[in-house]
Design a protein. Structure first.
Lengths: 110, 343
């Protein structure tokens, strides 16, 4: 019994340094490929709505209704939405009551 | 001297209260603010008296007193006062103020089809927490495995939790799942669903709401479980490996039982949050179609906002509070008994 334990210890100690050790010691349920496939799938699920919201803020109505997704490939980004808030590059340094009002509410500067 | 100061505080609030109640007739005070000031002054004096009278014991009491007095003023008093409102017929749109109407609100609630419907929906929403838990456990295991770019995946998986549910309901419910132009609808059409109306039929709408809710709350369960997984001692799993346990055995016999306390904490917390689910439902479907997605909270919200029915709405809220307390107490009891049996 004690021999087995002594034999096992250096082996696990050697595994400690090698990558993939935790997975080996752990479940071995899934192959590396499946793990990355699942991780990427859930990363897509988590990030796509945020990506879509950000790109849609740079679309005109036509681009939204036609379901274009990728900037510069599908559609040309347009600052229209940001301009109406006074937050596009060309309006950023002009005075804008909309922007002041928007930021005041957004950042709760009462 | 010290007792005098304390009783002076007492006297101050009593006089103010009496003045105010009489004030409706004599002084014409327009609001109840004097009582609040009286309460604050009394609280300060009461605290000071504690220290002066009881020395060190009083100083210890001073650490608890602010919280206790605040809870009394902000939680216990409104709950009891709400109980008084719950027995009145008080509609903001009618000219007359609150009128006492006995148990009429309670009878109305008993026969309110939409309330019972909302309560039944809550059963489905709470059951959905178990599905969220299963997915979250899987994700936590994935993140706990030896992987590259772990930080990226961790942040990506956590992002939905950092968004406001109101923003989520517009981002996803109102635009991504929009019938005509939403990418989710486009994808569903592409996969062969010719009429991807996510919020038209009762069950589809319910499942859509559950999916949005899961999107926001899975990261919450996941992060709790991940913390639990990382705190597990590695030696036990290694020992099992040496003894020749397969991956599945090691998960069922070691990881899962050791994770039970964390799991139960996560599930109970999530169920408590789930019982208060309202923001997504209000913003996306407003309870429709035909009350299929209604939660009790969103139903109460509409009772107040759309019908200005303060009396009945308060009765609903008070009854729901009782239901939640009973349900959570039973749940904790069952969970602790189950834990004892498991260990």
């Amino acid at each position: 019994m004690s021999i087995i334990v002594q034999a096992a210890r250096p082996a696990s100690g050697a595994l400690e340094t090698s990558p993939g050790h935790r997975l080996l010691a752990g479940h071995q349920l899934l192959s590396q490929g499946t793990i990355y496939a699942l991780l990427l799938f859930w990363a897509f699920v988590s990030l796509f709505p945020i990506y879509w919201t950000l790109t849609t803020s740079l679309k005109t109505a036509v681009n939204v209704t036609q379901g274009h997704l990728i900037p510069f490939v599908d559609f040309v980004p347009d600052w229209k939405g940001w301009r109406s808030l006074g937050l596009s590059p060309d309006t950023l340094f002009q005075t804008s009551t909309v922007r002041t009002e928007f930021l005041r509410r957004f950042l709760i500067f009462h | 001297m010290v007792v005098l100061a304390a009783s002076l505080g007492f006297a101050a609030i009593f006089i103010l209260q009496v003045l105010d109640t009489l004030g409706v007739v004599t002084l014409g005070l327009t609001n109840w603010r004097p009582v609040l000031y009286g309460y604050l002054a009394w609280a300060v004096l009461f605290g000071a008296a504690q220290v002066m009278m009881r020395g060190e014991e009083g100083e210890k009491a001073l650490f608890v007193l602010p919280a206790v007095l605040f809870t009394i003023a902000m939680v216990i008093f409104p709950t009891l006062f709400g109980l008084a409102i719950a027995f009145t017929d008080w509609n903001l749109s009618s000219a007359e103020g609150p009128r006492f109407n006995g148990l009429a609100n309670l009878w109305q609630l008993m026969s309110d089809r939409y309330f019972w419907n909302a309560l039944l929906n809550m059963v489905f929403y709470v059951l959905a927490v178990l599905v969220q838990y299963t997915i979250a456990f899987g994700l936590a295991l994935l993140l706990n495995a030896e992987i590259r770019a772990r930080k990226f995946f961790r942040v990506a998986f956590l992002l939905p939790l950092m968004l406001s549910p109101v923003a989520v309901s517009w981002m996803i419910g109102k635009s991504l799942m929009e019938y005509q132009f939403g990418p989710a609808a486009a994808l569903a059409r592409h996969l062969g669903w010719t009429n991807p109306a996510f919020f038209a039929s009762p069950w589809m709408a319910r499942v859509s709401i559950m999916m949005m809710d899961a999107w926001v709350s899975i990261p919450f369960i996941m992060i709790l479980l991940l913390a639990g997984l990382q705190a597990l001692p590695q030696e036990i799993k290694e020992a099992a490996k040496v003894d020749g346990a397969t991956g599945w055995q090691s998960f069922c016999k070691i990881t899962f039982p050791l994770m039970l306390p964390v799991s139960i904490t996560a599930i109970v917390l999530r169920i408590i949050f789930e019982l208060k689910l309202a923001d997504i439902v209000i913003n996306v479907t407003a309870g429709g179609p035909g009350g299929a997605t209604d939660t009790v909270s969103s139903f109460i919200f509409r009772e107040y906002r759309d019908r200005s029915n303060v009396g009945y709405g308060t009765m609903l809220a008070e009854i729901y509070l009782v239901v939640i307390i009973v349900f959570i107490a039973l749940l904790l009891k069952i969970a602790s008994r189950w834990m004892q049996k498991a260990s």
